[in-house]
Ligand binder design. Structure first.
Ligand SMILES: Nc1ncnc2c1ncn2[C@@H]1O[C@H](COP(=O)(O)OP(=O)(O)OP(=O)(O)O)[C@@H](O)[C@H]1O
Length: 291
């Protein structure tokens, strides 16, 4: 469990802003920080990683104090076991993929983790290529692998997928979920993309002006304001069929399959595997007595 209580005065676009965050994050969960630009999301990750010092506060990770401004404990970034992936890849251009990963090893660390990461992030065919010859999505896979070389306990992802197109994004999301489970990581993701958040997160922290204004499961956080529906369910798209100007989605909800009609603009944004929330404001249900 991560216990966070941090305060820092920031200089925001419209003047001073107090970042004041109090929350707990369960070990092994994937938590998304969501909110408009400038609300303090990246700053929270930087403070957790030890790259920025708050005015006051405490960070306790699985019982270990990383930061306590009262007792002046402040673990160095290298000691915090955090893996970071940003939107820009920052790979060493003169080294090939495998060399980039090997270079990230700690002194004396067994290098078998590099081969394991190459296997689960499917970098085998790319391992001898230099970063310049890779696509954005491929570079981001390498960046993800590199962030995991030192076996961090927390993985921080600062909008790592926002520059990628929908299909590559979906693949990257699968890799992230796979390593999140495989290494029992606690993962903090910054994302603006609601379908990505619904698909990936256990919990969402919604921020406004330096404070958490809502927290809960993605459904709890997003249902109440994006939609004001009378009826709704969540499910996973398993098939998308285009018919004239409509899309017919087959959605799995628990053990059931439901066909849902989406218009062109909705359907064009969806891909198989998307977790979606379907809602209706005024519907005409067919009712059968089952008991
Ligand atoms: N070290 C600092 N000292 C003072 N102010 C800072 C510092 N770092 C960031 N800020 C300010 O704090 C505000 C929040 O920045 P932050 O990068 O955390 O926002 P964000 O929510 O991640 O935004 P975005 O989605 O655009 O990345 C910004 O106005 C920024 O200028």
């Amino acid at each position: 469990m991560i216990e966070i209580s941090i305060q820092k005065k920031l200089t925001a676009a419209l003047g001073e802003m107090l970042l004041d965050i109090n929350t707990t994050i369960n070990k092994g969960s994937l938590v998304t920080l969501y909110g408009k630009s400038g609300v303090g999301k990246t700053t929270i990750l930087r403070i957790l990683a030890g790259l920025l010092y708050p005015d006051s506060g405490k960070i306790i990770v699985n019982g270990d104090t990383w930061l306590n401004t009262t007792t002046k404990i402040n673990l160095k970034p290298q000691k915090r076991k955090v893996g970071f992936v940003f939107q820009d890849y920052a790979l060493f251009p003169n080294m090939n993929v495998k060399e980039n990963l090997l270079f990230a090893l700690n002194k004396g660390q067994n290098s078998s983790i590099v081969n394991h990461l190459i296997e689960i992030i499917e970098l085998g065919e790319l391992q001898h290529r230099k970063p310049d010859t890779l696509s954005g999505g491929q570079k981001q896979r390498v960046a993800l692998a590199r962030a995991l070389v030192q076996k961090p306990s927390i993985l921080m992802l600062d909008e790592p997928l926002s520059a990628l197109d929908a299909e590559i994004r979906f693949k990257l999301q699968q890799y992230i979920l796979a390593v999140h489970k495989e290494y029992n990581l606690t993962t903090l993701l910054i994302s603006h993309d609601i379908s990505e958040i619904l698909r990936m997160s256990d919990k969402v922290l919604e921020l406004e002006h330096g404070k958490i204004v809502r927290q809960g499961t993605p459904n709890e956080v997003f249902n109440h304001k994006e939609l004001n529906a009378k009826f709704q369910f969540t499910g996973t798209i398993i098939e998308i069929e285009k018919q004239d100007f409509l899309f017919i989605l087959t959605v799995r909800i628990g053990k059931d399959l439901v066909k849902v009609v989406a218009d062109e603009s909705e359907g064009a944004q969806l891909i198989i595997g998307d977790k979606i929330l379907v809602s209706s404001k005024a519907f005409n249900p067919i009712i059968h007595k089952i008991g």
